[in-house]
Design a protein around this ligand. Structure first.
Ligand code: C6P
Length: 417
């Protein structure tokens, strides 16, 4: 059987990720299929962070000495790289946060509280991650804003007719939707959805946690008002994330956290705010992590996001094909043409945690549970699922190991081979 190929040397890419070259258990090769939770890091990223600490560490934007200048250059250089990576109009539109979760909270606390009035409507969806639900629950409780949820169809897609009805019939001020589902893999048509939101006078925030690591995201082409994502899912370090916002919106928003770095002038009577992006970056930031994120962006950019997507599609499509042949296995999510990156399943009525534990015994790392999407699991009618997720370093051999481990689990549970 011949397989499609992409112009990436996956063996060489795997060699960049030192953690992959180990046994999970004696005699069991580590098969890492949990990158949607957090991806592994290439040596280039690890080295960039070590190099920063070995040569350049000091606090940023403060000292007039050589190390502080180097640290500031590393930090602000990373901002410029991220700006180019998502095609923002200016580095001032790139706010460093801790992760996607903090980025969405920033929108809710700053824009939400300053702008929304009781009775205003925010549109979310039934497939959202908790980090794009809970900040809005808190906001709604405190402000009287109403939340509406786009239903998920039986095919695992957003019900766009229901979306259009909300835009037509309700005073919608903001739509906040995940670009790619961390459970179903659904790639939501955010470009069209954004155009429709704008036509109705609403802003649109994109949760890019599962899209920015895997496909080219161009905020100007999308015309997104906000985009949130995390470095740790895109070959970068933990502890740093990004909020992109259109400059005019960010300029008009009040600060989220108060403290050092984000002020222009402080008296005992009050304070004035620093320019963008610093207005939203209170306190000493994650400087080494920014250097690591900059290296991750360089790494992904050199591979080419279109190549990464094409490779992942080959692996994920192969996984869907092979998993669908396993007796008693139920796959969730839309057909291959509308999805990316993950294969989520249940095995008869065996709890997903038990399945994951047996897979782990074979060296295969998957995630099990509700994946921070409890409302979606309720919609699917299951408490928990197991999820294999793929990144640029995964291969069809990894999928074969997964399938073999699932057959082994079937035997252990007395379901046959
Ligand atoms: N999903 C998963 O295993 P943080 O934790 O802030 O870096 O990312 C939150 C987040 C937001 N949106 C989506 C679509 C996500 O998938 C995630 C993180 C992980 O699916 C951890 S729960």
């Amino acid at each position: 059987m011949t397989h499609p190929t992409v112009p990436l040397d996956i063996a060489a890419i795997r060699a960049d990720f030192p953690i992959l070259d180990q046994e999970a258990h004696p005699g069991k090769r580590l098969v890492f299929l949990d990158s949607a939770a957090s991806s592994q890091k290439p040596r280039q990223v690890i080295d960039a962070m070590s190099h920063y600490y070995e040569t350049s560490h000091a606090n940023v934007h403060r000292g007039i000495h050589v190390l502080s200048e180097r640290a500031t250059a590393a930090y602000e250089g990373a901002r410029e790289k991220v700006c180019a990576f998502i095609n923002a109009a200016s580095p001032r539109e790139i706010i460093f946060t801790r992760n996607t979760t903090e980025s969405i909270n920033l929108i809710a606390y700053s824009w939400g509280r300053a702008t929304l009035r009781p009775g205003d409507v925010i549109v979310l969806s039934e497939m959202e991650h908790h980090s794009n639900l809970v900040p809005w629950h808190i906001l709604a409780e405190q402000t009287g804003v109403h939340l509406r949820y786009i239903p998920v169809t039986d095919e695992g897609l957003l019900d766009l007719d229901a979306y259009r009805a909300f835009l037509r019939e309700e005073p919608v001020r903001l739509v906040s939707i995940m670009h790619v589902s961390n459970v179903l893999g659904t790639v939501n048509p955010v470009r069209e959805m954004i155009a429709e939101a704008h036509a109705a006078g609403a802003l649109f925030a994109v949760d890019g946690a599962q899209s920015v690591p895997h496909l080219a995201v161009d905020v100007q082409a999308l015309d997104a008002d906000f985009l949130a994502f995390s470095a740790h899912k895109m070959a970068g370090p933990t502890g740093i994330g990004v909020l992109y916002g259109k400059r005019a919106l960010l300029e008009a928003m009040p600060p989220f956290l108060g403290g050092g770095e984000m002020i222009r002038r402080v008296t005992l009577e009050g304070s004035t705010w620093n320019d963008l992006p610093h207005k939203f970056e209170a306190g000493t930031p994650a400087i080494a992590e920014a250097a690591g994120l900059g290296a991750a962006v360089d790494y992904l950019g050199a591979l080419g996001m279109d190549n990464i997507l094409a490779h992942e599609k080959i692996v994920a499509d192969y996984a869907l094909d092979r998993l669908s042949e396993i007796p008693g296995l139920t796959l969730y999510g839309p057909d291959a043409s509308q999805r990316n990156g993950v294969a989520t399943f249940t095995l008869q009525d065996i709890h997903a945690h038990d399945v994951a534990q047996l897979l782990d015994a074979e060296g295969v790392a998957v995630r099990a549970g509700h994946h921070c999407a409890m409302p979606l699991h309720k919609r699917l009618g299951v408490a928990a699922t197991a999820r294999a997720s793929f990144y640029v370093y995964n291969t069809r051999d990894d999928v074969d190991a997964l399938v073999e481990a699932i057959y082994n689990a079937r035997r252990v549970f007395g379901l046959g081979g």
